[in-house]
Design a protein around this ligand. Structure first.
Ligand code: GAP
Length: 513
């Protein structure tokens, strides 16, 4: 299936199966704002829990907090967001559409990357088992040429942005003959910077109201509480503070569904360390976060690191974990070595000391910070789009199945009485009454059992439990596994253990060790 078709399918499946709705749909929606539906809210909660358990519960030296969305406005002056949190935008004079100039260039490079992938696919077919991808990528003339072109373009883009040379960004767009993706027009305006923060007001009367911003990242809530947490938690460096929560950015977006939203959720962790140790911790968190992703079993080939050419105003090293979304490899998580920039800035703007007294060294210092920052909605899209498959079965029919990692699936099991009579629904209800203390389970009696299986496959439910007439005789049921479609006859009393084994967080997170 072409990537664009696959992406469209992901969006419509998310709506049809109660995962994601457009916000205020009855009023024709609001651009780049989405609502999570009954299944989506569960999947999102499960991803958030999976992250929280890995970061907070599994690490003695990391604690979690939950800070307010509103913060004192000086926070954003200190953090640099008032002056430097902007995107380079460009307008097309004919279509009147606005784009991020850097994204236009990156999308151009993504197209070249698709060509590389096509070459790899062709070569895989040609050489079969003897194919060595690494060697092919580094020796095939055409592929090497494509890669060099990408590197040259991205390097120039990074350098121009770094130097704030927006005229050169425009020149690059013109040299590459990049056209408006909607109309094909190449009639561009100059590139301008545009601040992404949403402003609002606090206070009852216009005269006394105070100008505020909706937070564009959750990290600053952690920095301003650094000393409160360190002292009340008696935390010793190195230690981390984690939080999840909403963030807001006035993004210029081009139909990217929940990939780039104006209201979204972040899962961030600031790890406070001794100055000079940031290189080691950077490598540590790069490896640890990648292990977290891989623990979900979503194939290694879907991930890659992308080290930053252009560093944010606060960083001395940064990398992205990129994921292969239906529209190509894109940033899923950022890992940033933020130096002591934020704490020093908050010290300066607040006039309060934000230092750590190290008893071993008998000295005070401003800690350095290693940050891991992942978008919950983006992780949702990664998990959901990777899980959605059309499988051709032995009889030639096609089943649509949402192979969500069982630990994240919104509903763990559906209980299905074979028929709506003979006491089978009552037994199904009893099974639900017992399992619901441990798992989200649902009851489904409508339609033939085969159709019900397909419905649960498409909704992502890992298990279907069928109660039939044999159940009346021997208290056994069939349990069907979503991914293999295998069915087993098991005792009702064993159901809980069978399901637990596959959905338990421990079973999944242990893979990180
Ligand atoms: N505190 C650092 C920070 O906010 P970032 O790279 O701007 O860094 C971190 O954002 C992560 O937040 C990104 O990797 C992405 O997953 C997510 N994110 C950022 N902007 C987003 C948006 N508009 N919609 C959805 N997720 C977004």
């Amino acid at each position: 299936m072409a990537n664009e078709d696959q992406f469209k399918k992901v969006i419509s499946h998310a709506k049809e199966y109660g995962y994601v709705f457009q916000s205020s749909e009855i009023y024709d929606g609001l651009s780049a704002v989405y609502d999570y539906a009954q299944n989506g809210a569960e999947l999102k909660k499960n991803i958030r829990d999976y992250w929280w358990k890995a970061m907070v519960q599994m690490n003695e030296n990391i604690v979690g907090i939950d800070t307010a969305i509103f913060m004192h406005p000086t926070t954003w002056k200190a953090s640099g967001h008032v002056d430097a949190f902007s995107d380079p935008l460009i307008d097309n004079k004919d279509s009147k559409k606005r784009y991020r100039a850097d994204v236009l260039v990156e999308d151009y490079c993504a197209k070249i990357e698709n060509k590389i992938e096509k070459e790899v696919k062709k070569a895989t077919k040609r050489f079969g088992d003897a194919f060595n991808k690494e060697e092919f990528l580094s020796t095939n003339g055409r592929v090497v040429g494509y890669q060099e072109k990408i590197n040259t373009i991205l390097k120039r883009l990074g350098q121009s942005l770094e130097k704030e040379d927006l005229a050169d960004v425009k020149a690059l767009i013109e040299e590459l003959e990049i056209a408006d993706p909607l109309t094909g027009s190449r009639n561009w305006t100059d590139v301008k910077q545009f601040n992404l923060m949403f402003g609002t007001k606090l206070g009852a009367s216009a005269e006394s109201a105070m100008d505020l911003y909706l937070r564009p990242e959750t990290a600053q809530g952690i920095f301003v509480n650094f000393l409160n947490v360190q002292k009340t938690g008696r935390m010793k460096i190195p230690f981390g503070i984690a939080q999840t929560g909403k963030a807001f950015r006035n993004e210029i977006v081009a139909r990217q569904f929940i990939f780039r939203m104006r209201e979204f959720e972040q899962m961030e962790m600031q790890f406070f360390i001794k100055p000079g140790t940031q290189k080691e911790w950077f490598e540590h968190w790069k490896a640890t976060r990648m292990k977290w992703h891989l623990s979900l079993g979503m194939e290694n080939d879907n991930y890659r690191f992308h080290d930053h050419e252009k560093l944010a105003h606060y960083a001395d090293a940064a990398t992205d974990i990129e994921f292969k979304f239906p529209f190509g490899f894109k940033e899923l998580e950022g890992i940033h070595s933020r130096t002591d920039f934020d704490l020093k800035q908050h010290e300066e703007f607040s006039g309060k000391k934000l230092q750590y007294f190290d008893h071993e060294d008998n000295a005070s210092y401003t800690p350095y910070v290693l940050e891991t920052s992942i978008g919950l909605d983006r992780m949702f899209l990664a998990v959901f789009s990777n899980a959605l498959k059309d499988e051709t079965l032995e009889d030639g029919s096609v089943r649509t199945v949402l192979k969500l990692p069982a630990v994240l699936a919104p509903t763990k099991a559906a209980v299905l009485p074979l028929v709506k009579k003979d006491g089978l629904p009552e037994i199904a209800r009893q099974i639900i009454g017992d399992l619901k203390w441990d798992f989200n389970v649902i009851y489904d009696e409508k339609d033939a059992v085969g159709r019900r299986y397909r419905r649960q496959d498409a909704a992502g439910t890992p298990f279907c439990i069928t109660v039939d007439h044999k159940t009346l005789e021997d208290n056994t049921v069939t349990i069907r596994h979503r991914d293999t479609m295998e069915q087993q006859r098991v005792k009702i009393e064993d159901l809980k253990d069978i399901i637990k084994k596959e959905v338990d967080v421990k079973h999944w997170l242990q893979k990180m060790e």
